[in-house]
Design a binder for this molecule. Structure first.
Ligand SMILES: *[C@@H]1O[C@H](CO)[C@@H](O)[C@H](O)[C@H]1NC(C)=O
Ligand SMILES: *[C@@H]1O[C@H](CO)[C@@H](O)[C@H](O)[C@H]1NC(C)=O
Ligand SMILES: *[C@@H]1O[C@H](CO)[C@@H](O)[C@H](O)[C@H]1NC(C)=O
Length: 363
């Protein structure tokens, strides 16, 4: 599992179909922190040959408006893009390092937001160290963005904007694959560190004025094609799913305590149960509209999962029929369905305590 460096959030699930509201954004801006499920190009601007990047075909082959490898680990949009669309934006805000390189950071921050997400990153600085922007650094980049925004707009206006902006967070899976807990005590210690460091990052953002957090919890990483390869039958890896489910549970209770309104007045969050969301898909892919939920659309070898998705890879022809585009990441269609599920209110909602929709509309 050592080379399983990208993030593995097989976040693939079905929700009621709800029209996204591209047009008038319901929040002033969106700030994104996390891993490869949300990265929109930061890693393309990091030095080093071991940095995971989605900068060549067939990545982006279905990117709306023309095939283009943008750094997204998808054939088109990723989950951040679809969440942005539900909030009324055209797609995810651009990557921080892209904006920096174009000298366009502040105009974007003030009108749409910024994405700090970086493939391969985790909650811990030590996760795939040197090959990504770890969460703590992403938080620092937000702090420096905020300082620059204040120069342009003044601190009062910027505080108001930040307080009503949507902070999307999705990370944690990569940390699990960096460590090999040998005992239950190791597992408990790992969870405790991850919960405390994740809470610390969120509390830092709160300290800078952030109030609305949409948090995507770890999902069934044992079901991604790259992991299914380990079993001759192609079955999900139960041990890995248990480790991820345990972390999801630890986050749920840990964040409820750390982010309680008595401690952090005004903070609102919506936490996504990615296990509940993706269950239907893996149990019955056809019902979810997929012909295939265990193979990679783009790749090579068994399950399309032995080789990477490159311009030499084999590409499936019906990309919307695959839950996975490469051996780890959801297809554009799966990302779209996942995002829809986050905006569902009511009995079928997979978010607690409120949906992304309610969160977005909180005042
Ligand atoms: C995690 O949190 C601990 C305790 O606050 C801190 O000492 C450590 O630097 C953090 N580690 C990482 C890798 O972020
Ligand atoms: C492979 O998957 C099957 C379930 O289909 C399971 O019974 C078996 O233990 C798995 N083998 C390994 C080596 O994990
Ligand atoms: C793709 O194929 C070409 C020639 O067939 C080869 O030279 C190149 O190394 C391959 N690239 C990758 C990434 O496998």
């Amino acid at each position: 599992m050592k080379d399983l460096v990208l993030v593995l959030l097989g976040l693939v699930f079905v929700g009621a179909v709800g029209a996204s509201a591209v047009g008038r954004p319901v929040v002033p801006a969106m700030f994104v922190l996390g891993d490869s499920t949300l990265d929109v190009g930061n890693n393309n601007h990091l030095p080093g040959k071991d940095v995971p990047r989605a900068n060549e075909p067939f990545y982006g082959i279905d990117f709306p408006g023309g095939a283009k490898a943008t750094g997204r680990f998808s054939n088109g949009y990723n989950i951040a893009d679809f969440i942005a669309r539900h909030l009324g934006f055209e797609r995810s805000p651009l990557a921080y390092l892209v904006l920096k390189s174009r000298n366009y950071l502040i105009p974007s921050a003030l009108t749409r937001g910024v994405s700090y997400a970086s493939a391969g990153s985790g909650i811990l600085d030590s996760t795939n160290a040197g090959k990504n922007i770890p969460l703590s650094k992403q938080v620092q980049y937000f702090a420096s963005t905020k300082a620059e925004m204040e120069v342009a707009w003044g601190s009062r206006k910027v505080s108001k904007l930040i307080a009503s902006s949507f902070f999307l967070l999705g990370t944690g899976s990569n940390d699990l694959f960096q460590t090999r807990p040998k005992s239950q005590a190791d597992v408990a210690a790992l969870y405790a560190t991850l919960v405390s460091n994740y809470s610390a990052a969120i509390i830092d953002l709160y300290g800078m004025g952030a109030r609305k957090f949409g948090i995507i919890n770890t999902g069934p990483v044992g079901c991604v094609p790259r992991v299914r390869l380990l079993n001759a039958t192609g079955a999900c890896n139960d041990g890995m799913n248990r480790l991820a489910a345990g972390l999801a549970t630890a986050f749920k209770s840990g964040l409820a305590t750390a982010l309680a309104p008595t401690r952090l007045p005004g903070l609102k969050y919506s936490l996504v149960d990615s296990f509940a969301g993706s269950q239907a898909n893996f149990d019955n892919p056809q019902a979810a509209g997929f012909l295939n939920a265990d193979r990679a659309c783009c790749g090579s070898g068994r399950l399309g999962a032995e080789g990477k998705c490159t311009r030499n890879a084999t590409l499936c022809s019906h990309r919307d029929a695959y839950a996975f585009f490469d051996n780890v990441h959801p297809s554009q269609r799966a990302a779209e369905l996942s995002a829809q599920a986050l905006f569902v209110d009511g009995p079928t909602q997979i978010t607690t305590p409120i949906s992304f929709k309610e969160l977005a509309h909180q005042r």
